[in-house]
Design a binder for this molecule. Structure first.
Ligand code: AMP
Length: 112
């Protein structure tokens, strides 16, 4: 855990968040500033700043996060589909430097 990391503190329960799922490896909560009717953030409990930090030792965690996404989407009522976004680095629009997957969906989702 990184003490000054917002999402580490959310994962630890030290900063409140609207959590919808958690297990030994990940925590999932509603984005505080949703860009669609459903906007979840899926984060690993361990501190990884971005995709750049992923190593082979994280393969099981990575697969776990990927396979969790459709399950979460179904639970949110997104039967027609959903969008995932991972911003990486300042140039990619990343603001919080703890790896997170945006899961977005709903009728207001614009196709691009
Ligand atoms: P990114 O630009 O990919 O780093 O996205 C960071 C996301 O974190 C943004 O969509 C923010 O709205 C969201 N966010 C920031 N602080 C919080 C918080 N305390 N609880 C939930 N979501 C947050």
């Amino acid at each position: 855990m990184s003490d000054d990391c917002l999402f580490c503190n959310i994962a630890a329960g030290d900063i409140p968040a609207d959590k919808v799922y958690e297990d030994e490896q990940v925590v999932v909560f509603n984005d505080i500033n949703p860009k669609a009717r459903v906007h979840l953030l899926v984060i690993p409990r361990i501190h990884l700043a971005s995709l750049e930090d992923l190593k082979p030792e994280h393969d099981e965690l990575t697969a776990h996060m990927m396979r969790l996404l459709p399950k979460l989407a179904r639970e949110q009522g997104l039967e027609k589909g959903f969008r995932t976004v991972i911003n990486t680095g300042k140039g990619g629009g990343q603001v919080v430097f703890h790896l997170h997957i945006h899961l977005l969906g709903g009728p207001d989702l614009r196709i691009f």
